[in-house]
Write a protein that binds this ligand. Sequence first.
Ligand code: DGL
Length: 255
Amino acid sequence: MIGVFDSGIGGLSVLAALRSAYPSADLLYFADTARLPYGGRSPSLIRRFAKEAGERFKGWGADFVQVACGTVSSLALDEFKAAANCPVAGVVLPVVGSLAQNGRRRVLILSTEATARSRVFEAALSEKRPGITTLSLGCPLFVPLIENGFFARNDPALLSLVGRILAPGQTFFPDAILLGCTHFRLFAPLISSLFPGVPIYDCGEEAARAVPEAFGQGNGTLRVYVSDDPERFRLAAERTGSLPPGVPIGSAAEG
Ligand code: DGL
């Protein structure tokens, strides 16, 4: 079984990509909704959350886990791996590889605050492509807005708020935008209208493409667990259009 982990709805696009790439894969999505958002927490707390999430996947018997959370991928992938006791992949390296391969030179990195402070995406980009110029913006309001359904591209108030937050990016003149938080994919149309013509690289989308085919065999089952309030998660998930209607959502305690 392939496990997919995020703090909330951000990883659902990764789940959807995996379902479409590997229709017979057995998939289990776990969202740590009780502790969302991770991005404003300290590194030590994020490491503890990652370890505990990894332990849950070990309990569920995952053969492979795709961490679909930029924050855990940046700050606590080792803790997650050690606890899950199976192969685990994060979302940093695939998107960095793709940006480097496409010759991008001025990359605007948008992520949670914790990820921005870790500078993990910058370090990985500079290693792959020395001389690359980056500007990193931590965006603490984005995850709560998206979780609460505020991501319509034609909402003028939202566009104005996002525009204010991303204003430093305008004078940076990026030739690519890296979404380092999986939630931010839902803001991609808004971000595109603020940066017309600038290609957007979503860390979750790139990671889903990199999941080894060997784990994609099974009976096509899908399980979803959350650590708090399954109904609230269902509402948020349904707004994204990435979770098929009617999928049972269990409490992680039952997992
Ligand atoms: N989707 C998570 C990420 O990619 C959101 C983290 C959070 O809960 O703040 O970073």
